[in-house]
Design a protein around this ligand. Structure first.
Ligand SMILES: Nc1nc2c([nH]c(=O)n2[C@H]2C[C@H](O)[C@@H](COP(=O)(O)OP(=O)(O)OP(=O)(O)O)O2)c(=O)[nH]1
Length: 141
């Protein structure tokens, strides 16, 4: 059966990877949907935006860093049926940015070793993404 009422929501997200090979997670603040869960920085595309452009904007807004679109490397994507919408979320990896990273929206931030990602409760859409991150090569690898 086709779900004619399904609303598709496109969200772009980024695994920022630091020199130690750790990945940045952000905790969704109280009051938002999925509050308390740890997610990859990013957000919904605004009308007319290209995905990479949207992610550059979100990373500046949320973390105060400047990222070049060409430093956003596609890794995989999430496709998850939430109750009120279907989430389609490309996940990029980024190892290069400028500026000092800071939580601009009051969110908790944590650098996490890929092998420890499962210690951080994530939205259900994100769980299938974890194996892709644990298989990321280290900068030296
Ligand atoms: N940024 C981000 N969003 C995620 C992840 N996993 C996941 O299910 N989402 C969902 C949560 C939200 O429903 C949507 C992102 O919305 P958003 O961050 O732009 O805005 P929001 O929380 O204010 O959205 P809302 O759900 O409260 O309307 O994608 C993730 O890893 N990163």
């Amino acid at each position: 059966m086709t779900d004619a009422g399904c609303k598709l929501v496109l969200v772009v997200a980024c695994a920022l990877v630091n020199a130690d090979g750790h990945i940045l997670l952000a905790q969704r603040p109280a009051g938002k949907t999925l509050a308390g869960l740890w997610e990859f920085p990013g957000g919904k595309l605004e009308p007319g935006e290209r995905p990479e452009e949207s992610l550059v904007r979100e990373l500046e807004e949320e973390l105060g860093i400047a990222v070049k679109a060409e430093d956003l490397v596609p890794l995989t994507f999430a496709s998850h049926p939430y109750e009120t919408f279907h989430l389609l979320m490309p996940l990029y990896v980024c190892r290069h940015w400028q500026g000092t990273l800071a939580p601009r929206e009051g969110q908790e931030l944590q650098w996490v070793a890929p092998s420890n990602l499962r210690d951080y409760p994530m939205p259900p859409a994100d769980e299938p993404l974890i194996p892709f991150l644990t298989s990321l090569q280290s900068p030296a690898g």
